[in-house]
Design a protein around this ligand. Structure first.
Ligand SMILES: [Cu+2]
Length: 100
């Protein structure tokens, strides 16, 4: 039983992927991403001013708060869904996330 649990944990960590999303030039780069449950999104602010990343998706709701220059924030993908991530500072910044 313990062995089975251990293998399950190992395989989750082996296949979970971190998707790096750059916040640069008032854009999320890339502007769309396909992910799987268990993956993470890493938002990195490469602009000299503050950004944010949040979604109102009921299944994957998150809010990175204010990210100053160079700051990174990691959020988990918890459930199958399709949703849009926005920046609270710049409403024109959009990232389309598809969870397969
Ligand atoms: Cu922004």
């Amino acid at each position: 039983m313990f062995k089975i649990i251990l293998v399950a944990i190992l395989s989750i960590s082996l296949y979970a992927k971190e998707h790096v999303i750059d916040q640069l030039g008032r854009k999320f780069i890339p502007a769309q991403v396909k992910v799987k449950v268990g993956d993470t999104l890493r938002f990195t602010n490469s602009d000299p001013f503050a950004h944010n990343a949040y979604t109102d998706d009921v299944l994957n709701e998150f809010d990175t708060g204010m990210q100053t220059k160079g700051q990174s924030a990691v959020v988990p993908i918890k459930a199958k869904s399709s949703f849009t991530v926005q920046c609270a500072v710049h409403p024109e910044m959009l990232l389309k996330v598809t969870v397969e």
